[in-house]
Design a protein around this ligand. Sequence first.
Ligand SMILES: Nc1ncnc2c1ncn2[C@@H]1O[C@H](COP(=O)(O)OP(=O)(O)OP(=O)(O)O)[C@@H](O)[C@H]1O
Ligand SMILES: [Mg+2]
Length: 256
Amino acid sequence: MAARAASGTPIIDAQGLMKSYDRQRDVLKGVDLSIAAGERVALIGSNGSGKSTLLRCLIGLHGISGGSLATMNQPLSARNHRAVQNSIRLKTGFIFQKHCLVRRRTVLSNVVHGFFGTPGSWRAHSHHLAPTAWRTRAMEALDDVRLADRALARADTLSGGQQQRVAIARALVRRPRLVIADEPAASLDPLSGKNVMDLFARLCADHGITLLFTSHDMDHALTYANRVVALKNGRILFDKASDKVSQDDLKDTFND
Ligand SMILES: Nc1ncnc2c1ncn2[C@@H]1O[C@H](COP(=O)(O)OP(=O)(O)OP(=O)(O)O)[C@@H](O)[C@H]1O
Ligand SMILES: [Mg+2]
């Protein structure tokens, strides 16, 4: 049975979701995807299959072209209302392949930046301006990723793997309900990538955060997700529990 949890309102509920960037070609051709609270879902598929597009649509960064979509109970449409986008953004943490830290700022300030978008968010520019409660939360988040001792170092003095851990702390500092990660370990060497994914999956589980991530590393997809969704040419090829995914499934996913 797919690892689709049965109870409660889904965190993400997409039905027949379509997306075209140019009105000529559909990149997503009718995607049904329902994700329940607490699931850890890996999205896999070859280059150009539509993974990043789907992630962006699900959190309102791109308007959809057809079908229906609700994320955390907020309906999203072709023209997303800024208030809806903001509301979803506040409850979501993002992590991308490139961590996008502000290189010249301290590690602690970069984590405090996770509070941008909340009321009084000009105070999130720097840890010096941040309210004590935010600084405390940021230090706790750094402790979670085992970098509390580097809090006052400049971000660009850390290694790539350490910087990705800072990005995780920044994404989790507001305790979001949902974390979306687009190839979070892709720029890391195998060991750092594994460490980052271990930490990431454990923190989401500990804090009851729903996790949706993309990866081209099938070991990561099968190990750190309890459900795997494969996209092929803008459609879902399969959607099943990770322990049910076979080598043939993976072959079908990446074959032309
Ligand atoms: N902003 C955009 N404007 C126009 N077309 C886009 C845009 N973003 C993506 N596309 C197109 O949509 C298709 C799907 O791209 P997408 O980035 O979603 O794929 P992906 O599965 O994330 O690929 P990868 O594994 O390489 O990251 C591609 O054909 C791409 O050229
Ligand atoms: Mg992508």
